[in-house]
Write a protein that binds this ligand. Structure first.
Ligand SMILES: Nc1ncnc2c1ncn2[C@@H]1O[C@H](COP(=O)(O)OP(=O)(O)OP(=O)(O)O)[C@@H](O)[C@H]1O
Ligand SMILES: [Mg+2]
Length: 320
């Protein structure tokens, strides 16, 4: 049964879509079957993946079409139900329904056995659809920038999640995005996040122009520049979450359902896997805190890292 993951923050432009694309693409490269559902009327997800969809989530919500009729194959193992501005009308349509908060939950239920992960890419405000996504979610991932307003907004968002879900235990990860390690304020706020939310806080995704280039040309970061900082940072989070979710990499990836509605802008060539291995536990220990070090092979690097204190060492596999 798929884990249903809402990637949400009520602030706009803080890296939600970038996180959905590169987290899901990393999982798909590891052999996970992933479905992405864009619930933001901006429709950024299809642009970021470089695909065009004739049919969108609107038809599921308003015309009661099954998601299986609407999904397109964006990459091997990675399917997408796209959105566009018609979603604004769809939101009005469901607002009057008695079951308005369970519409997405009902739509994804029949697909849960087909996928390992279903991700909702939420919009940057508390819309009817975002509330639906929270209701349907078995897990929530919160990307956030490390700025004072964002960090304060995080407390409000977590309180909102608690109101909808009755608990904050569904919050699986907080992902600091666009972090500039040279800025004192970023480092201080990161330390604050770590103190407040502990192990929920993932290693930061550093600011990296390759990430914004990648979404502009409709590629994942692993396709655009697998050796970039952005690829390394997201791939490390893929490893950590795979482990937290006990997701086992598969040797042979099952084919993604094909669809006559798929219109890739560029042929979706199968990229070289950049996220490999199970991040197995090594016998060596962290030089900072003595915790057992983890290891992952990512984008041509061997990365050794500590989940306790954020120690990280990376070496090129075929080089110095
Ligand atoms: N780590 C990063 N470094 C540099 N640029 C980034 C990074 N993460 C995201 N971006 C860029 O920042 C912009 C906003 O990111 P994104 O679209 O992922 O945010 P969002 O939260 O989904 O926005 P919205 O609320 O509008 O949906 C995009 O141009 C994206 O390419
Ligand atoms: Mg977005």
């Amino acid at each position: 049964m798929a884990r249903i993951v809402a990637v949400i923050n009520l602030k706009g432009g803080i890296g939600k879509t970038t996180t959905v694309v590169n987290l899901s693409a990393g999982l798909a490269l590891k052999g996970a079957r992933v479905l992405l559902i864009d619930i933001d009327a901006q429709g950024n997800l299809s642009m970021a993946l470089g695909v065009r969809a004739r049919r969108t989530l609107y038809e599921a919500i308003v015309d009661h079409k099954p998601l299986t009729d609407l999904r397109i194959s964006a990459r091997p193992n990675l399917d997408l139900v796209a959105a566009d501005e018609s979603l604004l009308l769809a939101q009005q349509a469901i607002a009057g329904r008695a079951d308005w908060v369970r519409v997405l939950e009902q739509l994804v239920r029949p697909l849960r056995s087909e996928y390992d992960f279903i991700f909702f890419d939420c919009g940057g405000s508390l819309t009817v659809l975002n509330q639906n996504a929270l209701m349907a979610a078995t897990e929530v991932i919160v990307p956030t920038t490390v700025e004072p307003f964002s960090v304060r907004g995080l407390e409000k968002l977590i309180a909102q999640i608690a109101r909808v879900k009755g608990s904050t235990s569904v919050v699986r990860a907080i992902i600091p995005t666009m972090v500039d390690p040279r800025m004192k304020q970023s480092i201080e706020l990161l330390a604050h996040l770590n103190r407040t939310y502990g192990q929920l806080v993932m290693p930061p995704v550093r600011v990296n122009v390759r990430l914004s280039e990648a979404s502009a040309v409709g590629k994942t970061i692993y396709e655009h520049d697998p050796r970039s900082r952005g690829a390394l940072d997201y791939a490390q989070i893929v490893e950590l979450l795979s482990k937290a979710w006990s997701f086992q990499p598969k040797q042979t990836a099952p084919a993604s359902p094909s669809s006559s509605q798929a219109h890739p802008v560029a042929p979706a060539a199968r990229p070289e896997p950049v996220v490999t291995g199970g991040g197995e536990v090594q016998t060596n220990v962290c030089p900072n805190c003595g915790h057992t070090l983890q290891r992952a092979t990512v984008a041509g690097y061997r990365i050794t890292y500590c989940v306790n204190c954020r120690y990280r060492r990376q070496e090129l596999i075929n080089g110095s």
